[in-house]
Design a protein around this ligand. Sequence first.
Ligand SMILES: [Zn+2]
Ligand SMILES: [Zn+2]
Length: 373
Amino acid sequence: MFSKVKTLSRAKSVRRKGEPDDKPPGSGTVLLVGELAQVAEVRDACGTVSAAKVEACKVDELAGKLAAATYDVVVFDAARDGELSTIVRGSSKNAKEKMFVIMYGSECAGSAKKRLQAYEDGVNMVTASPQAVAEVMASVIGRSRAGPFTCPHCEAEGFFEDDLVDHMLLFHFNASSEDEVACPICLKGKFQKGSAHRSKNNVFVHVKNEHGKVSRGEEPAESRAPTPVWPFALVVVKNAAGQFLLVQEYASSGYWLPAGKVNPGEDIQDAAQRITKEQTGMSIEITGILRASYTPQDQIARMRVVYLAKPTDESQPLKTIPDYNSLGAVWAATADLPDLKLRGSEPRDWFPYVTKGGTVYPLDVMKSESAPV
Ligand SMILES: [Zn+2]
Ligand SMILES: [Zn+2]
């Protein structure tokens, strides 16, 4: 029991929230390969990071350079992708993983196929943006080396908390390792080192949501909780004579559209038909969608679909026996509305809209996600 307390307090003592004010600035070396050394926008981007020492080498010198020294960032021309990726990948494993490898050029950055190949070849970033190069350079080279944490993926050392979170995402978010690691910051747990899924057992999900800016309340944690949605179906039913169906609601609240909440497991169109039958006695054919709305509120969201429909048989009798669903139903013209007590404004909004031939959207716009395209 006592030793457990001791372990926890040790873990706490090495954990730092954020960054100390006296965080010493880092420094590092950038290697520009081949033709890129002559590209002004790339040289300028590297020059924006004062702590960066910029070296250049010819393509045929690259293997020798990587064997002889450690570089923090290597930038090479996308036009030479296959050739240079092979050389960079061939350098010693640890140095390669600690090194941030940028493939620069629009030819590769703009090609979906080439981007994938570049990442498979061990490249960390594919870009044609000098601003992106400068930003990454500031993060990779400008970080302090005096922090207490070590990266569980490449074993680079000296990170403070925020730097490590940034580093892990920048360098290793594409990792697909099955290995497990403890969190390098809080030392808790056993997490997947890399995974195709963002489960809570994944080390990236853990450091992103439990450390750095999120732990200080500066950014919200990623929410994996479901968002409750209240789905409602509303139906504008028009007959051949141009009249609309009104439901007489309970407690003297007036008339409204056939409308109600969709039950769990119920299709929303089925709900529209069920509700109309329960409240008006009428079987309907749904012909289109007038509006689909999703309205976020405090803890929930309301979703409403307003359907347009017609009776399956014009001669069906309307409901007249009061029950839990309604007192009854009646056909009414738009012109009748000013004299009627209405529970909500929807009849006043939609009856004139439909009469004037407002846009009706096809039912196909709203389908189950498994429906074929
Ligand atoms: Zn690392
Ligand atoms: Zn942790």
